[in-house]
Design a protein around this ligand. Structure first.
Ligand code: HEM
Length: 233
């Protein structure tokens, strides 16, 4: 191969690599925004254990600041779109790079969580759409949603009324288990994605991601569970 052809190949490879890293960075940055939301939303929701007045006052507080609320919603929506789009493009690239696929799946020491990333993402997206229709817009019939009246919000009653339906409670638990697996893999692999990998610290990061994912799942799942067993009513 001549020097000019070699130079062109190197430049092309470098260009492809830069685009690839760009997509990874978009996936990681948007993932961080979503994780922060998931932590914040959990902290807000756990106020359900302080009674209806507290949770409803929290909902009223959020809605009394429409500016920041809509900015947060727009950022979230952009993060969801960018996260889904960049992971889809990266998945396509991976497939193109290895079109034949593995003969035996067992040869790949991938965890269950990592193998579920590509389908748990869209399922979680569908869950969030259902969740917004359920608790934000109250568009799911039969779940006892009560519209806010003047300054009075009924977030507590809406959550309890919804989770009193076993099918709804089960659907939430399943979605949260998927979320937790997605979070576990996403949290530790995000460091690999940006090139941070260490023989000693990567296993520690994995363990930390495990703990965080389990705590998040436990916090969220506790709510439909407590409504189902009658501790929150
Ligand atoms: C037990 C679990 C959960 C409960 C009790 C819960 C509760 C709520 C409530 C009450 C609202 C309506 C807030 C309002 O408009 O006043 C809401 C909105 C929302 N929740 Fe959840 N949530 C849960 C799980 C989740 C999960 C796991 C996610 C994300 C994966 C999520 C994402 C959202 C989003 C994106 C909104 C819309 C926020 C907005 O309208 O600005 N929620 N949730």
């Amino acid at each position: 191969m001549g020097a000019v052809a070699m130079d062109t190949t190197l430049k092309q490879t470098w260009g492809i690599y830069q685009v690839y890293i760009g997509k990874k960075l978009v996936m990681v940055a948007s993932g961080v925004v979503l994780v922060l939301y998931i932590f914040g939303h959990l902290a807000g929701n756990l106020q359900i254990y302080m009674g209806p007045a507290r949770l409803n006052a929290y909902a009223a507080f959020l809605h009394s600041h429409p500016g920041p609320l809509w900015i947060a919603r727009t950022v979230m929506l952009a993060a969801v779109g960018l996260h889904g789009w960049s992971s889809f493009l990266l998945w396509l690239e991976k497939r193109r790079a290895r079109p034949i696929g593995y003969v035996k799946k067992d040869d790949v020491p991938a965890s269950y969580a990592s193998r579920t990333m590509m389908w748990s993402g869209p399922i979680l997206g569908a869950f969030v759409v259902f969740h917004i229709l359920h608790l934000t817009t109250g568009s799911v019939p039969g779940l006892g949603f009560r519209e806010s009246e003047q300054e009075q919000f009924f977030a507590y009653q809406n959550v309890v009324n919804g989770f009193q339906h076993p099918a709804v409670a089960i659907a939430y638990v399943v979605a949260i288990v998927l979320l937790s697996m997605h979070l576990y893999h996403g949290l530790w692999s995000m460091f690999q994605s940006v090139g941070i990998s260490h023989r000693r610290y990567t296993p520690l990061l994995k363990r930390a991601a495990h703990v965080v994912a389990i705590l998040v799942a436990a916090g969220y799942i506790s709510i439909p569970l407590c409504v189902t067993i009658g501790l929150v009513k």
